[in-house]
Design a protein around this ligand. Sequence first.
Ligand SMILES: NC(=O)CC[C@H](N)C(=O)O
Length: 356
Amino acid sequence: MKKYLTLENGDQFVGTAVGDLTKEIKGELVFTTSMVGYQETLTDPSYTNQIITFTYPLIGNYGISLHANQSPTVAASAVVMQELASTVFHYQSVMTLDEFLKKSNVPGIAGVDTRQLTKIIRKHGTMKASLTNQPLDTSSFNKTQSVDMIVKSATFSHPEDEKPDHVVLVDFGVKANIVEFLKNFGANVTVVTPEATFESIEALNPDGILLSNGPGDPEEFTDFLPVIRQLQEHYPLFGICLGHQLLALANGARTYKMVFGHRGINHPVKNLLTDEVIITSQNHGYAVDIDSVSETPLEVTAVEINDHTCEGLRYPGKPVFSVQYHPEAAPGPHEATRLFSKFMGLMNTNGGVQHA
Ligand SMILES: NC(=O)CC[C@H](N)C(=O)O
């Protein structure tokens, strides 16, 4: 069965339907350069309402495992790939990617020249696109309304243990591995929604606050900014990706939409305090305006080497810091996982350490 991918600029790609064969969707078309980790990527809630193009040409070759999901199901709207592996092998594989997509009612298209598609996105920037069962009349497509960003909330529970550190995690669409890392570093984690007030968080008696990743434009979360301003006065605070952008906005910096974003697992980031470079996992379409940070109490601690985007912030004198990249990886390199232990250290010393 054929499937049609039509871009906002009128370009159309024809391929083979995979996953949910009949479903048609619209979404924001983005690309990721990750060579592995398709399951983690597809289940990352930050991809909600996005159509993910994999630039790596062979997807699905090691199947789907019971241990890689970042949320209960596929969060992305659809998937675009060059070749869906017909032979699957991995000792942990419990189903094929095609079966996983079908089970999750997520459509996909295979047989697309993803290299050409990526070059188009890179030139024009991120675009809206439609995945349909029939060729689309592109004149009507341009009038398509923009896609609303819906925040899906995930909930996790963690049994009480004897460790004293209690992290309240504000869930904007958290990846499971962030919770896993906090638990592995000995924290008790309580997950709250962005509707939480400062008083309701305070009543939980946290030792530290984590602002999670999540989908959408950070400027849509203005209601929560006053809460962040209060939280940073009282608790060690760590922001990841969307959480980093919100920390910036809460302190008066600006954010902007990038041309085509950073999605991949080999983004080099330089720590401006130590000159160290690490390779990071990234997934963001917005970024903090680096020049606007100088108008705030915050300090830029890290930049992406290729395009100099703001990758890290800290609040001098306070145990408050954030990163644009994903220290929890999933997928990606683990070079930044020590940020979790540093966060734990901040809670233990109640603010004695400064972070990069
Ligand atoms: N992974 C994230 O938290 C993404 C943050 C934000 N939605 C962006 O695209 O920039």
